[in-house]
Design a protein around this ligand. Structure first.
Ligand SMILES: Cc1cc2nc3c(=O)[nH]c(=O)nc-3n(C[C@H](O)[C@H](O)[C@H](O)COP(=O)(O)O)c2cc1C
Length: 181
């Protein structure tokens, strides 16, 4: 599947089959994340691959009961938790270089989206999970000081077919030469 096709056809998947993800596919999606660009090549991302059922259950409980991805976190064969080393992206010699502060969210998102698109190209499903108690997830996974949990995704074979969600038209989001034009 080429990149444009993967971008066009990827969907958030919240229902998974229970059969495992093979190690080669897992390595391929992690390798896609590893190849992402990052601030001054600082590569602040770290990934925790969770296969243990009890740990997946605890991570699932960090989502509210109304979060539609909650069951997927428990039922998918594995979960990938994206973490970040703080104080690397967007800084030089310990000094913040832009008005945005630490760019860890940006860099982790780039790596995560490589991972998500690679997974889709291999026939695997994912859903970004951002609305959860990240501090509790860090505690569950023993993430050390200086790092934080950013986002998670279940990974597995989709057990649902999703329609595309609507998107704004290009005319609503793209300007030429100056804002609003
Ligand atoms: C940063 C981020 C956080 C998200 N957090 C959640 C979440 O906590 N639970 C969930 O079910 N979906 C979550 N989503 C998935 C979005 O709802 C989904 O991407 C959006 O509705 C568009 O649908 P699509 O991914 O199928 O194109 C998140 C997506 C992003 C990018």
């Amino acid at each position: 599947m080429d990149v444009l096709e993967a971008i066009r056809t990827r969907r958030s998947i919240r229902k998974y089959r229970t059969d495992p993800v093979d190690d080669k596919a897992l390595e391929q999606v992690l390798e896609a994340a590893r190849q992402a660009p990052s601030w001054a090549n600082t590569q602040c991302w770290r990934f925790v691959v969770v296969r243990d059922s009890a740990t997946k259950g605890k991570l699932s409980d960090t989502l509210s009961e109304t979060n539609p991805a909650r069951d997927a976190m428990r039922n998918a064969p594995l979960v990938i938790v994206a973490c970040a080393q703080l104080g690397k992206a967007g800084l030089k010699e310990g000094q913040v270089r832009t008005d945005k502060g630490d760019w860890f969210m940006f860099d982790v998102a780039l790596a995560m989206h490589n991972l998500v698109l690679a997974a889709h190209s291999l026939g695997l499903g994912t859903v970004y999970v951002g609305l959860f108690d990240a501090k509790e997830a860090a505690r569950i996974l023993a993430v050390p000081e200086g790092y934080c949990v950013v986002a998670m995704t279940p990974l597995g074979h989709p057990a649902e077919v999703k329609d595309a969600r609507p998107r704004k038209e290009l005319s609503e989001i793209v300007f030429y030469d100056r804002w609003g034009a």
